[in-house]
Design a binder for this molecule. Structure first.
Ligand code: NAD
Ligand code: DAU
Length: 355
């Protein structure tokens, strides 16, 4: 396979590139990333550029560039991670999320469709090169929020509540349309919350680890009883590879860890592990439209593709905390510059100069 990985300098994308190098090194990877604040080449430092791996800085919305990359590297598979991914930022700048997450995805779909089509001039032809596949990395947030009970299945209605999740849901629907109308061989995966090394410290787990290590306040939104289903990032990577190689065209697959935790329990676990004090916790104003609970039914992928999560939360979170303790340099690098301004704007009014 000649795989175009987009957003491969971000959290999950860089872990996916590393996972592929370890578990399926026979495939060639072209990693395309615009290097926004969330993309860091530091996260790929251990991956040498060679015949099997190339990094290119480009924007997925740049159609001419995407077309050139497909031709130059004879791309046969796409794994589309590239996105604006942080809910809080989507509340401040929804337009950027719609542009990147929806139009960026559509630009890639069009490029793949034209390049893979056996008769590109025939607009009604649904025949594509043998074995090609487009994988859209989506999220469980497209389903909206759950109450106390129930799980999201692949047929749950889409009911996104944030500009981020609305943009991801829109991209899912565009993918669906390209399958139904054009027959483009594709899959959509909808995964729950990932955690692990190289996650940008604006997200709950790395933010709490970093602040704990620095003795800074721990901003918990609302009552802290919101629930997420946490999955170690390597388990997400193995699920994506299973779908990419064995998923049935047109199918959606949920991916989840069967691991529901309240935010406050996670924050307390991090405090205990790092030997910090609970009085660092600050209850701050809640996120507008904050989804109360997510939980995934992953029966479809476990029964049809034989995938299952393999890393227990206690083990994964211990490894993750240790990784952040041992990678100060990475943290300092990604935290420099623009992120510092974002952090101040986002949290300073709640802390009232406590830090
Ligand atoms: P991330 O923010 O860490 O990484 C996103 C990457 O995309 C960055 O490297 C960024 O530079 C790049 N990018 C942004 N705009 C781009 C553009 N226009 N062109 C090219 N590159 C661009 O995100 P993540 O947490 O690694 O998430 C990756 C994908 O997985 C996203 O699509 C997200 O919606 C999805 N997802 C994330 C989670 C999670 O818990 N983090 C769970 C389920 C699904
Ligand atoms: O469910 C999958 C989604 O998980 C992905 O699609 C998103 O890209 C990813 O960012 C993540 O979204 P969340 O909003 O669930 O993740 P976040 O880490 O931002 O927040 C997790 C929970 O922690 C959420 O209930 C909000 C809360 N939180 C978050 C931050 C940053 C806090 O209480 N305090 C904080 O400072």
């Amino acid at each position: 396979m000649n795989i175009l990985v987009t957003g491969g300098a971000g959290f999950i994308g860089s872990n996916f590139v590393r996972w592929m190098k370890k578990h399926a090194p026979e495939h060639r990877i072209v990693n395309v990333d615009a290097l926004t604040y969330a993309g860091n080449l530091e996260s790929l430092r251990d991956i040498p550029q060679d015949e099997g791996y190339r990094f290119l800085r480009a924007d997925i919305r740049d159609r001419a560039k995407m077309n050139e990359i497909f031709i130059t590297y004879d791309i046969t598979h796409v794994v589309n991670f590239a996105a604006e991914s942080h809910v809080d930022r989507s509340i401040v700048d929804p337009e950027l999320f719609l542009s990147t997450n929806v139009l960026g995805t559509q630009s890639l779909l069009d490029t793949a469709k034209q390049y893979w089509k056996l008769m590109p001039e025939d607009k009604y032809s649904r025949e594509f090169r043998e074995g090609v596949r487009f994988l859209q990395v989506s999220t469980d947030e497209v389903y909206g929020a759950l109450g106390r009970d129930g799980l999201f299945t692949e047929t749950s209605p889409l009911a996104p509540n944030s500009p981020y999740s609305a943009a991801k849901a829109s991209a899912d629907l565009v993918c669906r349309a390209y399958y139904e109308t054009f027959g483009l061989p594709l899959n959509i995966t909808r995964c729950s919350n990932n955690y692990g090394p190289y996650q940008f410290p604006e997200k709950l787990i790395p933010l709490m680890i970093h602040n704990c290590m620095e003795g800074k306040s721990l901003p918990v939104y609302g009552d802290g009883m919101q629930i997420r289903d946490w999955l170690y990032v390597d388990d997400h990577c193995s699920a994506l590879y299973a779908v990419l190689t064995r998923g049935l065209p047109g199918e959606v697959y949920n991916i989840g860890g069967n691991n529901e935790r309240a935010n406050l329990d996670i924050v307390r676990l991090i405090i205990r592990t790092l030997g910090a004090k609970e009085d660092l916790i600050r209850y701050v104003k809640d996120r507008p439209g904050h989804d109360r609970r997510y939980a995934i039914d992953n029966t479809k992928i476990t029964t049809s593709l034989g995938w299952a999560p393999s890393i227990p939360f206690e083990e994964g979170i211990a490894q993750t905390i240790a990784w952040y303790q041992n990678n100060h340099e990475w943290l300092e690098h990604v935290l420099s510059g623009a992120y510092a301004d974002y952090y101040d704007r986002m949290y300073a009014p709640s802390f009232e100069s406590a830090d």
